[in-house]
Write a protein of this length. Structure first.
Length: 580
């Protein structure tokens, strides 16, 4: 059969010739929309946006922004976007700004709307991927400022595998009242103190109005700052940028530098698959557990790894945590916020101490075009300053901040944050079972939760919730009522990075898919063994099997729209709750 089309060999030759004759270094994909007679309409659309020939012939860099007026975490991002674009232009690239969604966990917390939080991570990743894929951008700088927008952006970077840099919007400055440092965790816990009549309405209002002084993500080592630290540890962010406050002028400078960095990655052909290696994820886990990071890292790190084609399990995280010392004394379990860590050297200080002790892989590539070891070579470590970051020789704890438990109540595993806590090695108590978060809040208001209880909250998992609502309202109320380490809270849902206390989350399999947590009854004895890292309900195996045989799935809580799609696609928490 005859054809007027060129053979694949001819096409390859023509493409090679175009690269040699016309293309700027790094213009890998965008030439598809800019070169040749047939692309005149495409170029015409670009000229309508003010682009000239030089702009059109330069590499195209997408600048994905989560700037919005939904949450203070992202409200200050717009100036950073402008600096990123400035950096790209200064390095003879052409930036294209586009937006994506975010939601505010803190504002939706304790409501039905919180079910959309984890869902938003997938939408963010999908939307960034879609724009960069459709527009054939050569590179990407993603700037984000809150819990799910950070991992969502990193997941997109891993999927796209085009040269990319991640920029954190920055953390909030600490608030203050009566000489006490405050942040959003303080307000949630003040609610519990008010319910206990420890404080009055006026004091609660004063805490409320002083805790959050301006833009930026929540200030402790909560999920946003955990994820910014992960971005730096993975090598996706510029060194030192994870701890810069949102309102600090250094944040503008590092954003501009990110624009320059992505252009260098384009010239050097360094892509995310060169950075996001198995060793890089081991580095990230090491940094997280050394800093007492959020339990949400056990969702987001496996999800980012999945997009990079790497299998990172809960067991991997547990093993790394057991061989990594806890160094950073950070809230919620410790004393300090990200602003304090920034003053003494930020994440590079933690990484330098870990590297010097042989606990990090120094040969991992980063977005600077240098390795982790090369980036940290000039970091000045003052071994005498141990107030915020301890030394490896004299750590806060010999093991890291996260552990994973298994047992007949969690065959697929569950997660406990131990950083900043002195748990007994054994705990057992009678179960008080609730099928939704709201039921527990009602019980707390009635003061029905007592010391020694094991509170079970189920049907809040990825499918059952859906969306694994964070339960900061519940955990903070428990702390505020003085029960933080006097009861255990166990759920197939998850917790805010600001939560602390005796809390076990991500129990799998979740109740909605027939996990054993769905068979627990009021009064059952639940046992936590931190020597064996086990979580068990103390009933005979035959009894458990009998109960499970009688179990019936609940109808899906949503049958239309985004949450319905999510229920159908979401994978277990142990796999990062990715959608496949």
């Amino acid at each position: 059969m005859t054809t007027t089309q060129d053979s694949s060999t001819d096409v390859a030759d023509k493409l090679a010739a175009r690269r040699a004759e016309k293309r700027a270094p790094g213009k890998w994909r965008s030439w598809e929309t800019t070169e040749g007679v047939v692309r005149a309409p495409h170029r015409s659309m670009m000229r309508a946006m003010g682009l000239n020939d030089d702009d059109i012939n330069a590499p195209f860099v997408g600048v994905a922004s989560t700037h919005n007026e939904v949450t203070p975490c992202n409200a200050g991002i717009k100036p950073l976007v402008e600096q990123i674009k400035y950096g790209v232009k200064a390095a003879t690239g052409t930036p294209f700004e586009f937006g994506t969604i975010t939601v505010s966990d803190a504002i939706s917390m304790g409501t039905e709307g919180m079910k959309g939080s984890l869902v938003s991570r997938e939408i963010i990743a999908d939307s960034i991927e879609t724009v960069c894929f459709a527009e054939r951008y050569d590179g990407l700088v993603a700037v984000a400022g809150c819990d799910k927008s950070l991992p969502g952006a990193m997941m997109a970077i891993a999927r796209l595998d085009i040269p990319a840099v991640f920029v954190y919007g920055g953390s909030i400055l600490p608030g203050s009242w009566r000489g006490e440092t405050l942040q959003i965790q303080s307000v949630f816990e003040a609610v519990g103190r008010r319910q206990s009549n420890e404080i009055d309405d006026e004091e609660l209002r004063n805490i409320e109005t002083h805790a959050c002084p301006g833009p930026g993500a929540c200030g402790g080592m909560f999920t946003a700052n955990t994820m910014s630290s992960i971005g730096e540890a993975l090598g996706l962010s510029l060194p030192g940028s994870a701890s810069e406050p949102a309102v600090d002028q250094r944040k503008l400078a590092s954003s501009r530098a990110a624009g320059l960095a992505v252009m260098n990655l384009l010239r050097e052909d360094i892509r995310p698959h060169d950075i996001l290696t198995r060793k890089a994820f081991e580095n990230a886990v090491t940094v997280v557990v050394a800093m007492g990071g959020s339990t949400n890292s056990t969702l987001h790190l496996p999800a980012i790894a999945h997009e990079a084609g790497i299998d990172l399990t809960l067991e991997d995280i547990h093993e790394i945590s057991l061989r990594t010392p806890l160094l950073a004394d950070m809230k919620p379990g410790g004393k300090h916020v990200m602003f304090d860590l920034d003053r003494v050297g930020g994440v590079p200080l933690v990484m330098k101490r870990l590297l010097d002790a042989g606990l990090l892989h120094g040969d991992c590539m980063t977005v600077t075009g240098k390795t982790v070891a090369e980036n940290l070579a000039g970091v000045d470590v003052d071994e005498s300053d141990r107030t915020i970051v301890a030394t490896v020789d004299e750590p806060l704890s010999k093991t890291g901040g996260l552990v994973v438990l298994h047992g007949n109540l969690a065959p697929d595993g569950c997660v406990l944050k131990v950083a900043g806590h002195q748990f007994g090695r054994m705990f057992s108590g009678n179960a008080k079972v609730f099928d939704q978060e709201e039921q527990v809040m009602e019980a707390l208001v009635r003061r029905e939760i007592e010391e020694g209880d094991v509170v079970i909250i189920r049907y809040e998992g990825p499918k059952g919730g859906p969306g694994m609502r964070e339960m900061l309202s519940v955990t903070a109320a428990l702390v505020g009522q003085g029960l933080g380490e006097k009861v255990y809270l166990i759920t197939d849902g998850r917790f805010s990075g600001a939560s602390h206390g005796s809390m076990i989350g991500h129990v799998g399999p979740e109740a909605a898919v027939g996990g054993p947590i769905g068979a627990v009854e009021n009064g059952d004895v639940v046992e936590i063994d931190l020597d064996k890292f086990e979580l068990n309900v103390r009933i005979a195996n035959e009894e458990l099997k009998t109960r499970m045989a009688k179990w019936q799935p609940k109808p899906p809580p949503y049958t239309r729209g985004t949450l319905s799609k999510y229920i159908k696609l979401v994978q277990p928490a142990a796999k990062g709750a990715v959608t496949e």
